[in-house]
Structure formats: structure tokens, C-alpha cells
Design a protein around this ligand. Sequence first.
Ligand code: UD1
Length: 441
Amino acid sequence: MTEEQLINQKFIIKGGNPLFGSVKLKGAKNAIGKIMIASLLTEEEVILSNVPLNGETEIAVEFCRHIGSEIIRQADKIRIKTPEIKNFKVEGLSRRNRLSILALGPLLARTGEVEVPMVGGDKIGARPVDFHIAALEKMGAEIKIKDTTIIATTKGLYGSSVVFPYPSVGATENTILASVLAKGRTVITNAAIEPEIIDLIKFLQKMGAIIELGSNRQIFIEGVEKLSGVEHKILPDRLEAASFAVMALATNGDILVEDAVQEHLIAFLNTVRRLGGGYEVKPDDGIRFFRKGPLQAVHIETDTYPGFATDWQQPTAVLLTQAQGNSIIHETVFEDRFGYCDDLKRMGADIEIHPKCLGGLACRFQGKLYNHSAVIRGPRPLKGTSIEMKDIRAGMAHIIAALVAEGQSEITGLEHIDRGYENIDGRIKDLGGDISRVDLN
Ligand code: UD1
């Protein structure tokens, strides 16, 4: 479906049904695009499975085809082969997400020059790319920014020591992608170590890269001459896992989230237990979520992995509107990630947003005027309303709020949710939720 068609659709949700049953996780939205970009590092064929059929994958396919990839798709499999880089200029494409900047490394390695648009993605803060650019410059790239285009050239990338001021996911991935074919050894200090980054590393290692994981957020990469085609299964989406878990707890239902990986969800599971939720880790097939008693207020601070993910924050906030007492969320990853709370307030939630750090984690936003802490008083009944989604995770918060609310909600902005979640309405319907997708008239 095109973005234009999605803009002309809305969800109608009638709240109140508890959600029951089982749902299988799709491949991680935050891994698929990067792994497709990584496939540009070889001329040989790469075969990917467990590919999510969401907007993020569509953007990555469009992007790689434009560069010269031959792509064959069959259900959740993608075969991708890039014998030749036909276009090192990527105009206009991919302003909708953050992939284009990650193509700098692979395209510099293969052609020595590249032009990509400045990145887009969810509007959750300034989202600068200064760490990416500084790392690539240190590795021998010359980078100019002209209006909204990044122009990079190199006579050859070489290994270097890259120290990040903050463990950025994208900048860590970019540096890894640039260094696997660079001359010599790269050391990344203060790297991000999210499961999607480890999946990218596993993929690159199978292709022939030499990458070591040090202790204390260090990653060591020894450049190699050539990488080969491989097969790879995309890891399950831990952010989707938390969304379904919250649906079970918020609607007082019981959902088995198949393929959920405990190791990826440790901080989330601790929060579930603290707030009175129950979970059962199944030996083979995922994690079941249910309520154990009344929901209780909790204090959450978002952080880089292995901390509580910033992308879990929004659905969890909806859950906290239903918990007894005053909950606190301190958002330390993005400075502007509570915009969706205005909609929750219109639905009846009692939420106050503060610029102060409400928590003890070292936070880059301390003393600045960013509204990055929330106090949520509960429980409060929610009532249905009309909402426009503005980003992926906020969109999920809106959907869950509508599933909990009394009455009917109408939600527009489906292009956001469909970028991050495959067939979200169909899967919620299968769990017993009253949701339908209709054309706007
Ligand atoms: C990725 C995820 C996103 C998730 C986020 C944090 C994808 C496609 N998106 O986004 O879902 O919420 O990680 O887990 O994987 N920063 C700078 N300069 C830079 C780069 C980042 O200051 O050059 C700052 C950002 O503004 C932000 C923080 O670092 O405050 C973390 O950003 P980063 O980890 O880079 O997030 P993304 O990779 O964009």
C-alpha cells in the first residue's frame, strides 16, 4: 500500500475487550533496514528471512533498488544482490526514515563517493548526526553538508579510534559498517550494544568480517579485503514484544508472545513484575503476559540497552494510567518524547510533564528546558476520542489507550504505525480487539 493510501485511512477502535490468545513476533523493524544496507558491502547474494512486511522494509527495498540491488521477494524472504553500485546519489529517497546515513560506509567502501539526503524518522527530538559524521571523518572520509544533502568522498577508509560522547545506536552501526572493509583496526568506545546491533554484527561476521565485542561498551573491528553472500534470519522484534505484553496487561487479558526472547527483555520484565503484572517464560516458544493482581505505580528511567528501552516508554505509559498511585517516567534517551501524552490527557489520563530530571540516572538533559519527565497519576478511566498518530511508538500508545478506553476512538496517521508494525490491526483483531481499518471520507 502506498503512503498516500495510508494517509487516507483510519482505525476505528471500540475499547473494553480484554485481549486473549497468542501472537507471533515479526522480524525486528530496527534491524531489517540496516542488514539490507549491510548487504551492499558484497557483490554476492544475501538471503534474509523473517523479514517484517512493514513500511520500514519497503523503504529499504526502494532504497537498495535505487542503488543497484536486484531484489526478489517471497513472503517473509528477501534475496538481495548488488553486483554493481549503479547510483551513488540517493536523491529524495529515504527522508522518511534514518537509513540513508547508514549507506555512507558501504557506498564509500565500494565507490569512494556517495550523496545521501539528510535523514528523517520519527520527530522525537533534534536527532543530529554529528557522531556519525565525526566517526567517518576520522576514518578518512571527507564530508560536506549542502542544504539537505550529505556528500562524502574518500580515497580509502582506514581503521581508527572512535569514541562516542553517548552510545548512539545509529552512529555505532554506521561506524561498524564503514570499518569492516576499511584498512586496519577500528576501536569503538562507548558503543551502543542493542540486540539489533549484535544481530548486525552476527550477520557481518557470517559474511567474513572480524568483529570482537569487548567489555565496557567497546567494539573492535579488523578490516578485511572482501565480504561474501550469506543467509540470515532477522531477530524477533523486542519492541513489538513489549507492545503486545502491554496490550495483555492494560486490557486485563492474557497473551502468549511467541518468539519473545527473555534476554532482550530483562529490563521490561522487571518492570512488569514491579507493577503487578505476571509473565511466564515458556521453554520453547516465547513469553506469556497476564495480570497477577491490581496494577501498581512504578518509577521508570529509559536508557540505552540493557536498560529500559525508550521505545517501550510510550505503551508502558498507557499501562501506568491504569495503575494505582503516582508513577514516574524519566526519559533520558530523547529530549522530546512525551508529545503523545496530550492525547492521553484528552482521553482522561492525569499526566504532568516536567523539564526536571525525575530520577537518578545521569542525564544529558539536566538543567535544560526539555520536557523529559512525566508523573502519571492512576488509575484513571480513559474514554475514546479522535487522535492523529505522529510517530511509531506514540502511535502504539494511542492504539493501546483506545483498546482500554470506554467508547470509540478514531485514529489517523496510519503511515507511522505501518512503518513499524506488520498488519497490526489484523493481529489485534485475532486477539479479540475491536479494531477496523476504514477509508477516510
Ligand atoms: C535508534 C532506533 C530508535 C530508538 C533509538 C534509541 C532505529 C531505526 N531507530 O534510533 O527506535 O529509539 O535508537 O534506542 O534503529 N545523537 C546525537 N548525535 C548523533 C547521534 C545521536 O546527539 O550523531 C543522540 C540523539 O539525538 C539521541 C541519542 O543520541 O538523543 C540516541 O540516539 P540514537 O541511539 O542514535 O538513535 P537512532 O539510532 O536514531
